[in-house]
Design a protein around this ligand. Structure first.
Ligand code: IPM
Ligand code: MG
Length: 371
């Protein structure tokens, strides 16, 4: 099959991790006889530097006409440390999400068997943890009216939600729960926030359409604690934009590294795939960034394009790299591989139709000449 894929590497480690995903996708195209046309465009700080705009019109147009968008990362410390900056790289991503109507951000989190002993959390608490976070992505405080008083001594960010905004993502989350362990946890702050009370009412109403799904409600502060104490209780999490942003970074500790967590941002017309991590500017260009979150995002993209077997092949290659410790320094402290070599390994596993790598029981790091 033929697909047009927009590639937006963005800032910091974005370009080097995205490059590995493109490599992996090319290997998938070769092996399964597809045609993927990749077209690159600038976004974020890179686009501000070049064109003075974090989301140039040409980038937006390219994304709109593509079958899917592969996104790297966004952000640059020169803006983080300047609160008076008029344009910010993040505005590019937020505008892109809004313009493409990507209202649902789906973030799966699982504990990898071979990594649980490396987690700062107790292995017995995280073993078998497997959840997916549905984060609302185009509403709430991120997009509400913003203002700073003229004297600069007060500021405001408005948080607004409509029933429609809650309903459309809630249906997706309930449908996912039906296919999984049939439990949905709504995370909110309904003891304080009016918007959270609207979420609860709306979700309680929708729950009637999904009688097989058990619904639980958790306040976000308690949820943050439960995420560390007993993450196995979660199956599908549904939450608003900012709570989802925070909870998903926290949940990444369960996976062993934030460098492993992928995401899909879905709308009715478009879809974008990006790691949950940021641009990690300190690591840019050093070849130490973990490409797996980006590669797994590419796997979600393949799923979205209806290429299930291809997506599974990519996940299998990732599992193997983790099992064999062909990993970057965040996971493999003592004998780490570079970003590019991890990408090369994944590429060679995918291209290895004879099963030389997968079936070679004698394979160890020293013998891995194939990469
Ligand atoms: C994320 C990121 C973004 C967000 C930033 C870069 C704007 O943290 O995708 O989680 O807050 O949504
Ligand atoms: Mg975030």
């Amino acid at each position: 099959m033929k697909f047009n894929i927009a590639v937006l590497p963005g800032d910091g480690i974005g370009p080097e991790i995205t490059q590995q995903s493109v490599k992996v996708l090319r290997a998938v195209a070769d092996r399964f006889d597809h045609e993927f046309n990749f077209e690159e465009a600038v976004v974020g700080a890179a686009a501000i530097d070049l064109l003075g705009d974090p989301l140039p019109e040409t980038t937006l147009e390219l994304c709109k006409k593509s079958d899917a968008v592969l996104f790297g990362a966004i952000g640059d410390p020169k803006y983080d440390n300047d609160p008076s900056a008029k344009v910010r790289p993040e505005q590019g991503l937020l505008k892109l999400r809004k313009e493409l109507g990507l209202f649902a951000n789906i973030r799966p989190v699982r504990a990898y068997e071979s990594l649980i002993h490396k987690s700062p959390l107790k292995p017995e608490n995280i073993e078998g943890a497997d959840m997916v976070i549905f984060r609302e992505l185009t509403g709430g405080i991120y997009f509400g009216e913003k203002s700073t008083a003229e004297d600069g001594r007060s500021a405001s960010d408005l948080c607004t939600y409509s029933v429609e905004e809650i309903e459309r993502i809630a249906h997706l989350a309930f449908k996912a729960a039906e296919e999984r362990r049939k439990k949905l946890t709504l995370i909110d702050k309904a003891n304080v926030l009016e918007t959270s009370r609207l979420w609860r009412r709306t979700v309680t109403e929708i729950a009637k359409d999904y009688p097989s799904v058990k619904v639980e409600y958790l306040f976000v502060d308690n949820a943050a604690m439960q995420m560390i104490l007993n993450p196995k209780q979660f199956d599908v999490i549904l939450t608003e934009n900012m709570f989802g942003d925070i909870i998903s970074d926290e949940a990444s500790v369960i996976g062993g590294s934030i460098g492993l967590l992928e995401s899909a941002s879905i709308g009715t017309e478009n879809a974008l795939f990006e790691p949950i991590h940021g641009s990690y500017p300190q690591a840019a260009g050093q070849g130490i960034a973990n490409p797996i979150a980006s590669v797994l995002s590419a796997a979600m993209m393949l799923d979205h394009l209806g290429l299930k077997k291809e997506a599974e092949t990519v996940r299998m290659a990732v599992e193997l790299s983790i099992k064999l410790n062909v990993c970057t320094i965040d996971i493999n402290k003592d004998n780490h591989y570079s970003t590019e070599r991890v990408g090369d390994f994944l590429e060679s596993v995918i291209s290895d139709t004879e099963g030389h790598i997968v079936n070679n029981e004698n394979l160890n790091l020293g013998q891995m000449t194939i990469i």
